[in-house]
Every structure is written in C-alpha cells, then in structure tokens.
Design a protein around this ligand. Structure first.
Ligand code: HEC
Length: 215
C-alpha cells in the first residue's frame, strides 16, 4: 500500500510538472509570435526607408497633378490649382499612411509652410549644405518622447519646370502668373530660385507604432 502511494505521487508529480513545462513553452512560443522582437535600430531603419518612399510618392503625386493643371490652364491657372489642391493631396497621403506630412521652407510661398522650431535647425543644415555644394542626406530623429520620428528630406529645384512659378520674376515667371502669385500669396518669398537651389524640405511625423505595424 505504501509503495502504491509513492508510485501514485510520482505519477501526479510527473504529470503536474510535465504539464507546467509544456505550458511555459506554449506561452513562450505564443509570446514570440505576438510580440515581434524588434530592435530600436531596425525600427529606425524601417522608418527611414518608409519616410523616403512616402515623400517620393507625395512628390510624384504633386508633380503629376501640377503637370496636368498646367496643361489645362497654363502656369497661371495652375497657381490656383496648387493653392486649393496641394494641401488636400498631402492630407490624403498622410491619412492613408497614418502619418503627418508637410513641406517647410524659409522662402515659403504659403505662410503655413514656415518651419516650426523643431524643423528650423534641420532646414538650416540643408541650407548650409546647398550653399556649400554639399549633398544633403535625409534625416531622421526621435521627437515627442521617442514615440514619433521626424523624417526630413531636402527639396532641391530639379529643373526648369519649377522656374515658371519659382524662378526669376522678371524673366522666367510670366506677368500673368506673377499677378496670380501676388494676389494669392502676398507674403511670397518663393521666387528668384535657380536650378539646384534648395526650395525647402519634406517633413514627416511618423508614429513609431505605425512603423512597427508594417514590419
Ligand atoms: C504652376 C506653378 C508652380 C510650379 C510649376 C511649381 N510650383 Fe511649387 N508652389 C506653387 C504654389 C502655388 C505653391 C503654394 C502651394 C500651397 O498653397 O499649398 C507652391 C509651393 C511649393 C513648395 C512648398 C513650400 C512653400 O514655398 O510654400 C515647394 C517645396 C515647392 N512649391 C516646390 C516646387 C518644385 C520643386 C517645383 C518643380 C518640380 C515646383 N514647386 C513647381 C506653384 C508652383
């Protein structure tokens, strides 16, 4: 009888402990599947690639809408188009990706494109580089306690296409276009540019959670 009790206890113990181990293993596997173990560096790298692709996509959308507007109504007609449509186009890109996207410039056309305190030092670095013929790399940094990334990329005037609205006001911008610009943007600082000039920068606020979601 005594012998039987010992055997019974051994079975109980082995079953109990066996069950405990397998549950731990089970939990661990589950945890690994649920919580992607990503390092900060991996998330930052992904945010950088993603920021680059979103800003490239936004640039493409603006340029193709602008090209169509110029074909329909000439540069002077396209001024009105930009005035009304540039922000909603960027708004849509931002919403689709769960981020905030805008352009900032010290030589702004739209007053709301004036740089924020956060953007100012980065924009100044891009300006310094442009003045000294140094190429600017995109930049990414943590803001808002580390839960959001600020991705920025310099916008350089790539070609003559931009000059019909951002070039020399006496020779490259037509009087009609200039009139429209002055009427809609009385504070405009965005003329007198040449090819290769820094026009401003892309500025994207990317929540870390949105980056992780996509990894
Ligand atoms: C048809 C005229 C036109 C052309 C061509 C044009 N832009 Fe603009 N651009 C505008 C207008 C108008 C705004 C203000 C948009 C707004 O109200 O949101 C603007 C704003 C911008 C801004 C935002 C910063 C600011 O000054 O407010 C950047 C950056 C910019 N343009 C870059 C370019 C580049 C680069 C090109 C060439 C690829 C280009 N633009 C071609 C009319 C033009």
């Amino acid at each position: 009888m005594k012998y039987l009790v010992v055997v019974f206890c051994m079975i109980l113990f082995s079953c109990g402990s066996g069950e405990r181990v397998s549950k731990e293993v089970f939990d661990e596997v589950n945890k690994n599947m649920e919580v992607k173990r990503l390092t900060e560096a991996e998330i930052l790298q992904k945010a950088m690639i993603w920021g680059d692709s979103i800003s490239t996509q936004a640039q493409g959308q603006l340029v193709s809408a602008l090209t169509k507007a110029i074909a329909d109504g000439g540069p002077e007609g396209a001024i009105e188009f930009c005035n009304v449509k540039a922000l909603p186009i960027l708004g849509e890109v931002g919403e689709a990706n769960g981020i905030e996207i805008r352009r900032a410039s010290n030589r702004f056309r739209k007053p709301s494109d004036k740089p924020t305190e956060q953007e100012k030092p980065i924009l100044e670095a891009y300006e310094y580089n442009a003045e000294n013929n140094i190429a600017s790399d995109p930049n990414i940094q943590k803001i808002e306690g580390g839960e959001t990334y600020l991705y920025t990329k310099a916008i350089v005037i790539p070609g003559a296409f931009c000059l019909s609205c951002h070039g020399d006001p006496t020779s490259e911008i037509s009087p009609k276009t200039l009139e429209k610009i002055n009427a809609l943007y009385p504070e405009d600082k965005a003329t007198g540019h040449r090819i290769g000039d820094l026009r401003g920068m892309w500025s994207l606020k990317i929540p870390k959670s949105e980056v992780v979601k996509r990894m």
